[in-house]
Ligand binder design. Structure first.
Ligand code: HEM
Length: 359
């Protein structure tokens, strides 16, 4: 039985944690913020992200999130297409030919550049930002380095917040709270939520495309195939593998009793491969399946605010790369030095060794 076997609705993984694996039950949990709360998970998040709407329930949650939503709507992201293209273009231009690790030299390079550009930061600030974000993750091995990086990151973000002008500039900045420390905390959330997820999604997608030359050619020539491949890759290998909630009262879910106070872990990988939702071949990659919502970006009040941005980045990054290179997959290896659980669990880092040639 696989780790994510969706054979049961819910299983107890420890006396106080219930793992939810069926798509239907996972959806019910994520859509019932009044029963399955995101508050009380703050201790799993690092400061200052523990103070943001990610760790809150409505109505406090909506107060922080709603003003930001216009900046991340599909049409706003479309308006920012040029900035996204430029951020990714710089990363593609920096690639060498031959055998390169596209994970470290591309997939981890462009997401911080894109979000920095959307925040109105200069390219040199974007490079610093990317470095400090990486160093913040080193808390387990080098706490001093991680603390210094967090301080520099906060200083940069504070300067950005203090320079904002209510009527012009980045739409994201316009949606932040007036109080500077609250605004910096939300920027830290956006950066944390945007960078690692998008790079892992890119790595999985590129590995999928590189392994299949026919699919690669089809993705290069046909935007519809590329779009379907992106959606299927996101379903099959979601970067956020599980989400946590806490039951606020005794409740029954698909026949399982969940006591008040229990941690509920929604297994997104299992739910995204639930045969009752995605058919008997749910465990297989099939780019012809489409139209069925997955839980890759969550659902309910905490649905990923950056999902349109993430998808636009995946489309742009892959098409820019494929227009210049032919990708060949080499032996993949898992490389997970400092995976950081933050209430959202992330899939292990894959170093995708690819050979990139000009076609
Ligand atoms: C492929 C890339 C991404 C994936 C797979 C992803 C996945 C998720 C998931 C599963 C959640 C739900 C968390 C929960 O229910 O507790 C979430 C929330 C969130 N995401 Fe994303 N995300 C991605 C990219 C982004 C980007 C690019 C941004 C934006 C800048 C972003 C910003 C956020 C924020 C702020 C939240 C919290 C929303 C809330 O609590 O209301 N994400 N994301």
């Amino acid at each position: 039985m696989s780790e994510h076997e969706p054979g049961r609705c819910a299983t107890e993984t420890s006396p106080s944690t219930i793992r939810v694996v069926r798509w239907r039950h996972a959806t019910a949990v994520l859509r019932s913020a009044d029963t399955y709360s995101s508050t009380g998970l703050a201790q799993l998040l690092r400061p200052p992200i523990d103070q943001t709407f990610l760790a809150q329930d409505p109505p406090a949650h909506s107060k922080g999130r709603r003003p930001l939503e216009p900046a991340f709507r599909r049409d706003s992201i479309r308006d920012s297409a040029e900035l996204i293209r430029e951020g990714i273009g710089v990363a593609v231009d920096g690639l060498e030919e031959g055998q390169i690790d596209l994970a470290s030299s591309f997939a981890r390079v462009f997401p911080p550049r894109v979000i920095a550009a959307l925040l109105g930061l200069s390219p040199s600030n974007a490079v610093d930002l990317a470095r400090w974000l990486r160093e913040v993750d080193f808390a387990a091995v080098d706490p001093g380095l991680a603390r210094a990086a967090a301080r520099k990151l906060d200083e940069l973000l504070l300067a950005l917040v203090m320079s904002r002008d209510g009527r012009s500039g980045s739409r994201i900045l316009q949606g932040l709270p007036t109080e500077a420390s609250d605004a910096v905390a939300i920027l830290r959330l956006l950066l944390d939520a945007a960078v690692e997820t998008t790079s892992r999604a890119t790595i999985e997608l590129l590995a999928l495309i590189a392994r299949d030359s026919e699919l690669q050619n089809a993705c290069r020539d046909d935007p519809l195939t590329l779009g379907r491949t992106i959606d299927e890759s996101l379903r099959w290998a979601p970067p956020v593998t599980s989400l946590l909630r806490r039951a606020v009262k005794d409740v029954r879910l698909g026949g399982t009793h969940i006591p008040a106070g229990a941690l509920v872990e929604v297994d997104i990988v299992a739910a995204n491969r639930d045969p009752m939702r995605f058919g008997s071949a749910a465990d297989r990659v099939d780019i012809c399946r489409h139209g069925q919502a997955t839980l890759t970006f969550g659902t309910g009040v905490h649905t990923c605010i950056g999902r349109h941005l993430a998808r636009a980045e995946l489309v742009c990054a892959t098409s820019q790369l494929l227009s210049r290179y032919r990708l060949v997959a080499l032996e993949p290896r898992v490389n997970n030095p400092h995976g950081l659980p933050q209430g959202m669990r992330l899939r292990p880092k894959l170093a995708v060794l690819l050979r990139a040639y000009r076609p």
